[in-house]
Design a protein around this ligand. Structure first.
Ligand code: SF4
Length: 162
């Protein structure tokens, strides 16, 4: 369904805006890798732009920090409709090792709606390209979506000092 919508909404080139919302830079380096000549995403019509106002797609990395969350919301609102949001890397997907820490909200979808998730720490450039190609309907999706919930363990009672 979403793929058909993507094909209608973005029949030609796709302009992407990349933002880091608290990533360690690992995912960002892989995104740059995808956009530079070795992987050459431009051959698929994917072009990096310098402003969200020109973008069709937001590529977001990092578990979102509390400090950056208001800016991410403004960035989302500044991007014209129709738009896609792709969370790239395990931090952006669900917080990764920073899940439930004081300064991280726990994933991009805690702040803005996300259409596609590309997990990995960091995801390989091939995985990023494949994820974007699936989103655009250029490649078939081969796995079934699944909802995974983290079970929190009950707290252990503190031992009293003898
Ligand atoms: S998913 Fe891994 S590589 Fe990407 S920002 Fe998080 S810690 Fe860094």
């Amino acid at each position: 369904m979403l793929r058909t919508w993507c094909q209608k909404a973005f029949p030609k080139a796709l302009w992407v805006f990349h933002t880091n919302c608290g990533a360690c830079n690992g995912c960002d380096i892989e995104i740059i890798n995808v956009l530079t000549p070795y992987y050459d995403a431009e051959r698929l019509g994917i072009k990096l732009v310098g402003s969200p106002r020109h973008a069709d797609v937001l590529l977001v990395t990092g578990g979102v920090t509390r400090q950056v969350a208001p800016a991410l919301k403004r960035l989302y609102e500044a991007t014209p409709d129709p738009k896609l949001v792709i969370a790239i890397g395990s931090c952006a997907v669900g917080g990764n090792v920073w899940y439930d820490t004081y300064s991280i909200l726990g994933g991009v979808d805690k702040v803005i709606p996300v259409d596609y998730y590309i997990p990995g720490c960091p995801p390989r450039p091939e995985a990023i390209l494949h994820g974007v190609a699936v989103a655009l309907g250029l490649a078939e999706k081969k796995v079934q979506g699944k909802v995974v919930q983290q079970q929190l363990l009950p707290e252990e009672p503190m031992e009293e000092a003898a």
